[in-house]
Design a protein around this ligand. Structure first.
Ligand SMILES: NC(=O)c1ccc[n+]([C@@H]2O[C@H](COP(=O)([O-])OP(=O)(O)OC[C@H]3O[C@@H](n4cnc5c(N)ncnc54)[C@H](OP(=O)(O)O)[C@@H]3O)[C@@H](O)[C@H]2O)c1
Length: 247
């Protein structure tokens, strides 16, 4: 039977790539949550058998998300305000919208879907510098935090909220800076440095693999550009079972 996957932020750049990959594999049934009905044609272009559902993380109630998640095997979060609309909107989408999705999964009757949440590398307590950071990491972290402090703060609050939950399985994927260059199928996965950047194609590949890896539940996974074939790197990370969430 097809695995049922709902993508939150379905019209996003990573999400559309993931939708295409899942359509190609022909073993998934995709529901894509968009907030603008005119985006449905792009969802169907990526996967003619997908279902587009119009809901807003800012305006729709938890109950409508819970209804959409009912009977789903996996929910993928790849949404975000993208820095548009100032700190208030970043808080509304990246934090409150995420918590709405967590609450909605908890409200699902019977078996609850697993959640795979796209966060970002270096989302952490800003007062504690991880032991594996190099001078280059520290400098990059400072630069990014200076540029997008609200995003780093509210993603951290969302991730903290998620890691405290035990009612459903979750995995946090923490990519570095995203690019639109073609993917290489290779990456560095697990306790990485903060660079190099990673292609959205490759992030989508990792998400597609994670959909079939319930054994990644409870793990946060750093992902940046690198030279190891993705499937091999991800499998080794999951088998090691050591989370990249440092609090
Ligand atoms: N950019 C980076 O370098 C970077 C680095 C690490 C992690 N990330 C994370 O990676 C993920 C994917 O990135 P991306 O570039 O693919 O993102 P993206 O293209 O900006 O997609 C984000 C999606 O979220 C949707 N969204 C925004 N507000 C919404 C609302 N109120 N209700 C429902 N949907 C809403 C957007 O809808 P509209 O199309 O209608 O705007 C858009 O489709 C995000 O979670 C991002 O935070 C990004």
């Amino acid at each position: 039977m097809a695995k049922k996957v709902t993508i939150v932020g379905g019209h996003g750049k990573v999400s559309l790539r993931l939708t295409k990959l899942l359509a190609g594999a022909q073993k998934y049934s995709v529901t894509s949550i968009i907030r603008d009905a005119t985006q449905a044609s792009d969802i169907l272009a990526a996967d003619p058998s997908a279902t587009a559902v119009v809901l807003s993380l800012e305006d729709s109630p938890v109950s409508e998300f819970a209804e959409t998640f009912q009977g789903q095997d996996v929910v993928v979060w790849s949404a975000g305000a993208g820095g548009k609309g100032g700190e208030e909107r970043t808080k509304k989408v990246d934090f409150e919208g995420a918590v709405k999705v967590f609450d909605a999964i908890e409200q699902v009757q019977g078996p609850k879907p697993r959640l795979i949440l796209v966060s970002a590398v270096d989302i952490r307590n800003p007062d504690v510098i991880p032991a594996h950071y190099t001078e280059e990491d520290i400098a990059l972290s400072k630069r990014v935090r200076g540029a997008i402090s609200a995003y780093m703060h509210w993603k951290y609050e969302a991730d903290k909220n998620l890691v405290a939950r035990t009612a459903f399985g979750w995995t946090i994927l923490r990519p570095g800076g995203l690019t639109d260059v073609p993917g290489t199928g290779k990456a560095s996965i697990g306790r990485t440095h903060l660079s190099p950047t990673i292609s959205r194609d490759d992030v989508a590949r990792v998400l597609a693999l994670l959909i079939d890896r319930p054994d990644a539940s409870g793990l946060a996974i750093d992902l940046v550009g690198g030279e190891t074939p993705i499937e091999e790197a991800l499998d080794a990370f999951i088998k090691k079972g050591e989370t990249d969430w440092l609090g």
